[in-house]
Design a protein around this ligand. Structure first.
Ligand code: PGA
Length: 246
């Protein structure tokens, strides 16, 4: 089954209303790839009017109530979100999010019709210690106990050492981990595994996007820095579309 690649821009805590307005005028959508943008939450409504798919950078695991500063999946759905990133390594690191909490966030997203983009990835120390598969398996484990949630999710492999550093995993190293993620899924349900979109993230740029997206188990990219400029984001969308067409 051909999987349409997804290229998702994660603006993190960057951009302003003016730069988003300029970005939205310049970004182009192409046939053969889906483009999505995750701006800071206060700009979601502005981005939602653009025709791009849009996603939140985080979502609460709770439905509502006394959670100052948090946003529920239902609220994000109201504002037009299609996706919600869960378990980004910056959330895991700076907000001490556990594997269980990340899976609960994914479940909350799915319950409201949002697609969770479930991030996994090892640190440099874990890679050097030969623990990549163990770490990824542990991060995925609570998700794989929730069949409806795993069926709806996108998984993003983002090696922590490659995020914002200019160091990218080689396409073959990335492919190896992506294949492992699909195997983990297949151990639960082969059909869901075959349809799973697995994005690569970590210093994806116009000049490496094509090679990465051409790998058999890489179904698009989660792009930080290079998504802030519409010109480079457009090139990555085009590379993903072209690589899926070959
Ligand atoms: P980067 O960020 O492309 O700037 O490395 C990727 C991410 O954190 O999603």
């Amino acid at each position: 089954m051909a999987i349409t690649p997804l290229v998702m821009g994660n603006w993190k805590m960057n951009g302003r209303a003016q730069s988003l307005a300029e970005f939205l005028q310049t970004v182009v959508t192409v046939e053969g790839a889906e483009a999505a943008l995750c701006p800071p939450a206060v700009y979601l409504a502005q981005a939602a009017s653009s025709g791009l798919s849009i996603g939140a950078q985080d979502v609460s695991a709770e439905k509502g109530g006394a959670r100052t500063g948090e946003l529920s999946a239902a609220m994000l759905k109201d504002i037009g979100c299609d996706y919600a990133i869960v378990g980004h390594s910056e959330r895991r690191e700076y907000h001490a999010e556990s594997n269980e909490l990340v899976a609960a966030k994914a479940a909350a997203a799915v319950a409201e019709g949002l697609v969770p983009v479930f991030c996994v990835g090892e640190t440099l120390a874990q890679r050097e210690a030969g623990q990549v598969e163990q770490v990824i398996a542990e991060q995925l484990a609570p998700l794989l106990k929730l069949p409806q949630v795993m069926a709806a999710a996108v998984v993003a492999y983002e090696p922590v050492w490659a995020i914002g550093t200019g160091k990218t995993a080689s396409s073959s190293d990335a492919q190896q981990v992506h294949a492992f993620i699909r195997t983990q899924y297949a151990a639960v349900d082969a059909k869901i595994a075959a349809a799973l979109r697995i994005l690569y993230g970590g210093s994806v740029k116009p000049d490496n996007a094509m090679e990465l997206c051409a790998m058999p188990d890489i179904n698009g990219a989660l792009v930080g820095g290079a998504s802030l400029e519409a010109a480079s984001f457009n090139q990555i969308i085009q590379a993903a579309a072209a690589s899926s067409a070959v």
